[in-house]
Write a protein that binds this ligand. Structure first.
Ligand code: ADP
Ligand code: ZN
Length: 749
C-alpha cells in the first residue's frame, strides 16, 4: 500500500496521511491529489512517502484522484514553501495553494480546468436610463449595491472585472441590479491583454555608464559561478537600474538559465512590460492581479513547461515556477506592496532572498531609497551594495524646495493647498507650455464632514474611522470597508444644518486647480477615476501632452519618463508623517523622493516643491537634499533605541472578531499564555518583550474588533519559539475570535 503525507489547505499546521491506490497512477512529490477531508473533497499536495509507522492507528482514507502527471509544484518550490511555512508559522497546505495560480484546483475528480474556464470572455455592465438617479435611494437600503451602480453609471459601460474592488458579493449585486432594470449585463470576447499585446520592436541596448558596467560585472561574476549572491543596487531615480537588470538577465538567458523580476503592483504597467519585451521578445511571462484566472494559468504553464524562462510580476510571482532560476530581481524593494497581508502573510522580498539562496541564484534588490532592512544588510555585508550615483542621462536630480505652510498660508486663490510659491511655479510652468504633477496622498473631496454646531464627525458604523466626503458621485464613503452613505443635509447628532467639509482630498484639489487655472487642462488620477488599465490611459495622456496638470494619489508617483514634466508639487507632505507606525518617516521619505524623481527627466530641467507644516522633520529635510545616507543614519539611531527592525525583530499576533469583549479577553488570555511560555523558557525568553494586549490603532474594520499583541526581541527564531510554546492558545482561540500570526509585520494599523 502506498501511503503519502499530504498537505491540505486548511488552517491546521500539520499534514495528513492518505493512501494512493495504484490505479490512480504514479504519485510524485509536488503533485496534487483530490482527497476526502471530513465530508469535503479538497485538493491536497503530495509531500513525500509516509514513514513506516506514521499512519499506525489512524484510519487512512484513499485519495480520489491524482491531478498531475508532471507535479504542479517543482521540487525546489516544495522545499522553499516548506521552509516558508515554518518561517511564517503558517499552515503548509495554505502556503502551497497560495503558490499556484488561482482557479487551478478542480471542483471534482472529473473537472477539467480548461473546460471550466472556457473561452476568454468578459462580462460588461451597462447603465440603463435613469440608473444614476436611483443611486441615493438604493444607498439607504443597500449601500454596497449603490456603490456598484454608481460606478457603472459614472462610466456608462464597465467590465465586471473592474468593479471587483467596489464591493464584496459583486455577482449578486450585479444580478440584482439587472433584475431591477437598472443595468444590462452582457458577455463579449475579451480584448487581448495589453500586457501580452502586440509585437514589440526590439531595442538597441545603450552603452552602459561606468557605474552600470561595474554593477553588471560584479553581479555577473557570481552568476557565472552559479553561486548565491545578494546585491543591493542603490541608484537614484533615473539612474538606469532597469538597464542593469536587463543586462544580467540577458547573461542568464545566454547560458540557458531563467530569471524572475518582481515589481510593485503600481509600477507593473504596459510601458514597463514593453521595455522587457523589447529585449526578450516573446520569451516573457507576465504575472499581475488584473489577469483572469485563465490568463494567469496560461502564463504559469508557459513557465512550468520551460517554454518561457523569464517572468515579470507582482508579489505572488515570487512563486513562479521558473526553470533553472539564476536571477531574481526585486525592483523598488522598499515598496510596501511586497508584503502580503491577507491569507498567508509573507514578504516577497524576503522570500526572494531565501529562494535565491536555495537556488544558487543572484538576487538584486533595487531602490533609490532602500528599506532600512536592506540598508542594514548591506552595512553588515549580507548584501553587496552597488551604487549608481547619477542619472544615466547625466542630467541633474531636480532641485527640491520646501514651502513652509506655517508662513505661506494661502496663495492668491485664498487656498492653502496651492500656496503662493506653488501657484507662481505652476503659472510659470504652464506659461512655458510644460507640465506639472501634483501629489496628495488622500483621495475623495474632504477627509471628514464636521458639524459646525456640535463638532460631531460622521464615522463608519463598521470601522473605527471617519467617513470621507466624495462629491462626484456624492457620498460619505468608508475607505476601509467601502460602505457608502448619501451625504446628510443635517447633523444626525444635533440636527445642525451647517456641515463643513474639513481638509482636502484629490477631488477638491482638482476643483481648486480648475478654478485657479481655468485655461489649463487639469486631470486627476486616483482609484476613484481609474483602476488598473484606466490609470495607464491617464498617464498616456500626460505623455502625449493632452494633460497639463495631473493631480493624484500615489498612482502619480510611479511610471516612467515624462520629459515635459518640469514641476512636481507635493500638496501636503504631512499626510502620512504622523501615523502611529514606526515606519511613517521612512515611508514619507521614500514617497517624497519617488515623486520628486518624476521631475527633470529631460534637458528642460525640473524642480519639486514640497508643501508642509513640518519643514524640519528629518524625512523632509532628507528628501530636500536627496540625502538617503543622512536619513538612514538618523532613523537607524531611533530604531536602535526602540529595538525596532532592523535591530530587533517583531512578530504580531492579530486577534479579531465581531464581539469586542470576547476579542479583548482572548487577547488577555493570549498574553498570559505567552508570559507563561516565556517564564518556562528561562533566560532565552527573558529577552523578549510582550507588548500589549492593545486595541489596534484602527480598532474595528468591517464590524470586526481588532486587538494586537506584539512580540519584540533580538532573534526571530526565539519569537517563533515563544509562539509555539503558547500554541494551545494560539491555535484554538475561543469561538468567534480569530488569531493571525504575522512574522515581520509591515502594517502597524
Ligand atoms: P531607474 O530604473 O534607475 O529609475 P531607468 O532604468 O528607468 O532608471 O533609466 C532612466 C532612463 O535612462 C531611461 O530612459 C533609460 O532608457 C535611460 N538609460 C538607462 N541607462 C542608460 C545608458 N547607459 N545610457 C543612456 N540612457 C540610459
Ligand atoms: Zn467601514
Amino acid at each position: 500500500m502506498s501511503l503519502w503525507r499530504v498537505a491540505v489547505p486548511v488552517p491546521l499546521r500539520r499534514s495528513f496521511v492518505y493512501e494512493i491506490p495504484a490505479a490512480l497512477g504514479v504519485p510524485l512529490r509536488g503533485a496534487r491529489a483530490l482527497v476526502p477531508f471530513g465530508r469535503r473533497r479538497l485538493t491536497g499536495y503530495l509531500l513525500g512517502a509516509a514513514e513506516a509507522g506514521e499512519a499506525d492507528g489512524l484510519a487512512v482514507r484513499p485519495a480520489l484522484a491524482l491531478l498531475d502527471e508532471t507535479p504542479a509544484l517543482p521540487e525546489d518550490l516544495v522545499d522553499l514553501l516548506t521552509a516558508a511555512a515554518d518561517y511564517y508559522l503558517h499552515p503548509l497546505g495554505e502556503v502551497l495553494r497560495a503558490a499556484l495560480p488561482p482557479g487551478i484546483d478542480p471542483k471534482s475528480a472529473r473537472d477539467d480546468f480548461k473546460a471550466r474556464i472556457g473561452r476568454p470572455q468578459e462580462t460588461v455592465a451597462t447603465a440603463l436610463p435613469g440608473a444614476a438617479e436611483r443611486v441615493a435611494e438604493i444607498a439607504r437600503r443597500a449601500p454596497k449595491r449603490a456603490a456598484v451602480l454608481e460606478r457603472i453609471a459614472a462610466h456608462g459601460t464597465v467590465r465586471a472585472a473592474d468593479l471587483r474592488g467596489v464591493a464584496d458579493g459583486l455577482t449578486a449585486h450585479l444580478k440584482r441590479l439587472a433584475a431591477d432594470g437598472l443595468v444590462a449585463l452582457s458577455a463579449r470576447d475579451r480584448p487581448p491583454d495589453p500586457f501580452v499585446g502586440a509585437a514589440v520592436e526590439r531595442d538597441l541596448p545603450p552603452v552602459l555608464t561606468g557605474d552600470q558596467a561595474k554593477a553588471v560585472a560584479a553581479i555577473s561574476l557570481r552568476l557565472e559561478e552559479r553561486r548565491y549572491g545578494g546585491f543591493l543596487l542603490q541608484g537614484v531615480t533615473g539612474s538606469g537600474k532597469t538597464e542593469v537588470y536587463l543586462r544580467v538577465i540577458e547573461r542568464a538567458l545566454d547560458r540557458g538559465l531563467g530569471a524572475l523580476v518582481l515589481v510593485p503592483e503600481i509600477t507593473l504597467t504596459p510601458q514597463l512590460v514593453r521595455r522587457y519585451r523589447a529585449r526578450f521578445g516573446e520569451g516573457l511571462a507576465v504575472w499581475h492581479s488584473g489577469l483572469t484566472d485563465r490568463e494567469r494559468f496560461d502564463q504559469w504553464r508557459l513557465l512550468r513547461s520551460g517554454e518561457v524562462r523569464v517572468a515579470i510580476g507582482v508579489r505572488s510571482a515570487v512563486f513562479a515556477p521558473v526553470h533553472d532560476l539564476a536571477v531574481i530581481v526585486v525592483d523598488e524593494e522598499h515598496d510596501g506592496s511586497f508584503k502580503q497581508e491577507r491569507g498567508f502573510p509573507y514578504h516577497a522580498r524576503d522570500l526572494a532572498l531565501l529562494r535565491a539562496a536555495r537556488a544558487n541564484a543572484v538576487a538584486i534588490l533595487g531602490s533609490a531609497t532602500p528599506s532600512l532592512e536592506a540598508h542594514d544588510n548591506a552595512r553588515s555585508g549580507k548584501l553587496t551594495r552597488l551604487v549608481l550615483a547619477h542619472r544615466a542621462t547625466s542630467l541633474p536630480l531636480p532641485r527640491v524646495e520646501v514651502v513652509d505652510l506655517r508662513y505661506h498660508r494661502a496663495g492668491p486663490g485664498g487656498q492653502r493647498v496651492v500656496s503662493g510659491p506653488l501657484h507662481a511655479a505652476l503659472h510659470e510652468t504652464l506659461a512655458r507650455g510644460e507640465q506639472a504633477i501634483l501629489f496628495l496622498n488622500r483621495r475623495g473631496f474632504a477627509p471628514s464632514l464636521t458639524c459646525a454646531a456640535c463638532g460631531q464627525v460622521r464615522r463608519c458604523d463598521d470601522c473605527a474611522v471617519s467617513l470621507t466626503l466624495h462629491k462626484r458621485p456624492a457620498g460619505l464613503v468608508c475607505h476601509y470597508c467601502g460602505a457608502r452613505h448619501p451625504p446628510p443635509d443635517r447633523c444626525p447628532a444635533c440636527g445642525g444644518a451647517e456641515l463643513k467639509p474639513v481638509g482636502v482630498g484629490t477631488e477638491k484639489a482638482e476643483e481648486i486647480l480648475h478654478a485657479l487655472f481655468p485655461d489649463a487642462r487639469v486631470a486627476r488620477l486616483d482609484r476613484d477615476v481609474a483602476s488598473g488599465r484606466g490609470a495607464e490611459e491617464v498617464l498616456d495622456k500626460l505623455r502625449t501632452g493632452e494633460i497639463d496638470v495631473l493631480v493624484g494619489t500615489q498612482m502619480v508617483t510611479k511610471g516612467h519618463d515624462f520629459p515635459r514634466v518640469t514641476l512636481v508639487g507635493v500638496l501636503l507632505a504631512d499626510v502620512g508623517l504622523h501615523m502611529p507606525d514606526f515606519r511613517a518617516a521612512e515611508r514619507t521619505f521614500q514617497l517624497l523622493t519617488q515623486v520628486a524623481g518624476r521631475a527633470g527627466r529631460s534637458e528642460l530641467g525640473g524642480r519639486a516643491l514640497i508643501q508642509t507644516y513640518s519643514p524640519d522633520h528629518p524625512a523632509i529635510v532628507a528628501a530636500r537634499t536627496h540625502d538617503f545616507e543622512g536619513f538612514a543614519a538618523l532613523e537607524l539611531k531611533s530604531r536602535a533605541e526602540l529595538g525596532y527592525p532592523p535591530f530587533g525583530r517583531l512578530l504580531a499576533l492579530r486577534l479579531s472578531g465581531p464581539d469586542g469583549g470576547r476579542v479583548e479577553s482572548a487577547a488577555r488570555e493570549l498574553c498570559r499564555a505567552l508570559g507563561d511560555a516565556r517564564r518556562r523558557s528561562g533566560t532565552r525568553g527573558a529577552a523578549i518583550d510582550i507588548l500589549g494586549p492593545a486595541p489596534a490603532p484602527i480598532a474595528m474594520v468591517q464590524g470586526r474588533h481588532r486587538w494586537r499583541v506584539l512580540l519584540r526581541g533580538k532573534r526571530r527564531d526565539e519569537l517563533r519559539r515563544l509562539v509555539l510554546g503558547a500554541s494551545d492558545v494560539v491555535e484554538s482561540p475561543p469561538n468567534g475570535v480569530r488569531i493571525r500570526i504575522d512574522v515581520d509585520p509591515v502594517s502597524m494599523l
